[in-house]
Design a protein around this ligand. Structure first.
Ligand code: MTE
Length: 314
């Protein structure tokens, strides 16, 4: 990962959680227009992102922590298809066309095919879940995502018994994505999960945040969120989901195999070869805090890695 010093966020830019909660109640009280709106007419990205989504809060899967303000979540991003500076995605991702959008399901699966986003979303009730996101670069955020469990989607396509891994691929379109001009990665952006990780109830497919459709810079119209792994596993703007027998090679593994492994679980005990992973800076805070094993989700996910040497399988 290219490393730049995070710019400091002014305390005055922070939206208090209470204000967000008030807004949520307001939306739930009548303005929420429903997930079907995601499939609505052709709207400019800003209008699309502003659309409210109806989602039931999943308290059992939500961190009890102050939220990172919407402004920061949507302006301090990694989405290298739009440039490598933190403010590039917010500046440039308006060129991404998210409607119409379709997803191709392929590989070891009984029901492969290309499905419209509307067909993908139709059967799924949306939930709001507050997750910590810890970037491998050493910063973190707390984000109220709107989405549904990836497992519910994967099971609809009936993976075969040979499906041991799932590979995800981002759109690759140089016309819409100016960052593809630079060979920072071998495009398209690719990520992967082991099947049991993909089916874990914490693994979320997100279509929104803060009660609204995803802004393009955050991976519209659909992205992965895997909260116990470094942020780069949470691949954005997905166009292909491929069920595989063998382990996929992610873009970051291909770019720097000594630095990025397949698992990339948040682990303060295993340093990145060029920096420590012991501490992190929560966006909006000045003092660093300790990074927690599995980003604090150990109780839910540690059993997935029982018996594995996590220094070897980093
Ligand atoms: N997905 C794609 N397609 N391209 C990217 O550059 N960056 C990753 C991940 N998903 C990235 C991506 C990294 S490094 C992080 S930390 C998260 O997205 C950031 O997500 P956010 O901008 O919504 O906070």
């Amino acid at each position: 990962m290219l490393i730049r010093k995070p710019t400091d966020i002014l305390p005055s830019e922070i939206t208090p959680e209470s204000l967000y909660r008030q807004r949520r109640r307001f939306l739930q009280g009548g303005l929420a227009l429903g997930a079907t709106l995601l499939a609505g007419g052709l709207l400019a990205p800003a209008a699309r992102a502003a659309r409210a989504l109806e989602a039931v809060k999943n308290a059992a899967f939500s961190a009890q922590e102050d939220l990172t303000p919407y402004q920061d979540v949507t302006s301090y991003n990694n989405f290298y298809e739009f440039g490598t500076r933190k403010d590039d995605p917010a500046k440039h991702a308006h060129t991404l066309r998210t409607e119409p959008w379709s997803l191709t399901i392929e590989g070891e699966v009984a029901k492969p095919g290309t499905y419209t986003l509307e067909d993908i979303l139709k059967p799924h009730a949306l939930e709001e879940r507050i997750y910590r996101l810890r970037c491998v670069e050493g910063w973190s955020m707390v984000i109220p995502w709107v989405g549904f469990p990836l497992a519910d989607l994967l099971q609809r396509f009936e993976p075969t018994s040979r499906a041991r891994y799932v590979e995800f691929v981002t759109l690759r379109d140089p016309e819409q994505m100016p960052g593809l001009r630079w060979p920072v990665l071998d495009w398209p952006y690719v990520e992967g999960l082991r099947m049991d990780e993909a089916l874990h109830p914490l693994t979320l497919l997100a279509v929104g945040l803060y009660g609204k459709a995803l802004p393009n810079q955050n991976g519209a119209p659909i992205r992965l969120v895997v909260p116990w792994k470094y942020g780069f596993k949470s691949i954005k703007s997905i166009v292909t989901i491929r069920f595989r027998e063998d382990q996929p090679t992610s873009s970051w593994m291909a770019a720097a195999p000594r630095e990025y492994g397949f698992y990339s679980n948040v682990n303060p005990e295993v340093d990145h070869p060029r920096w420590s992973q012991r501490r992190e800076r929560r966006i909006g805070e000045i003092r660093k805090r300790d990074t927690l094993m599995f980003n604090g989700y150990g109780e839910q996910v540690a059993q997935l890695y029982q018996g594995m040497d996590l220094r070897k399988h980093f």
